[in-house]
Design a protein around this ligand. Structure first.
Ligand code: SF4
Ligand SMILES: [Zn+2]
Length: 111
């Protein structure tokens, strides 16, 4: 696979997982359902995706955002995503087991 398509696949997978996580949080805390997000969570997702699109990491060094030492998020968005991750992390295995396992493997490999 070409380098750019590898990067694009990594980015797409990360976007898919983050969108699942934000949806779980939004459904529980803001009363939404299905693919619908409240404006605040939709904004959080758009921001996270824009950060991933500009991520300076290559596939070889692409650690998860949680473990990243660059921390490209602004402080306000970093606080929001931390809150979401703290809530969703323990529940992810039960709601989206395949995504949770893939995410766990990616984190332990340092991808
Ligand atoms: S936090 Fe790190 S891994 Fe996540 S998008 Fe920003 S630079 Fe990339
Ligand atoms: Zn919401």
């Amino acid at each position: 696979m070409a380098k750019s398509s590898t990067l694009s696949a990594v980015t797409s997978e990360k976007k898919r997982v983050i969108s699942q996580m934000i949806a779980i949080y939004c459904h529980k805390h803001h009363g939404t359902a299905g693919r619908t997000l409240c404006p605040e969570c939709a904004d959080m997702l758009a921001y996270a995706c824009s950060r991933l699109d500009k991520c300076p990491r290559t596939p070889a060094t692409h650690s998860s955002c949680r473990r990243c030492t660059i921390h490209c998020y602004s402080p306000a968005y970093r606080d929001k995503i931390k809150k979401i991750m703290r809530y969703v992390g323990p529940r992810m295995l039960f709601i989206h087991p395949i995504s949770a396992i893939r995410h766990f493997i990616s984190e332990t490999r340092g991808e």
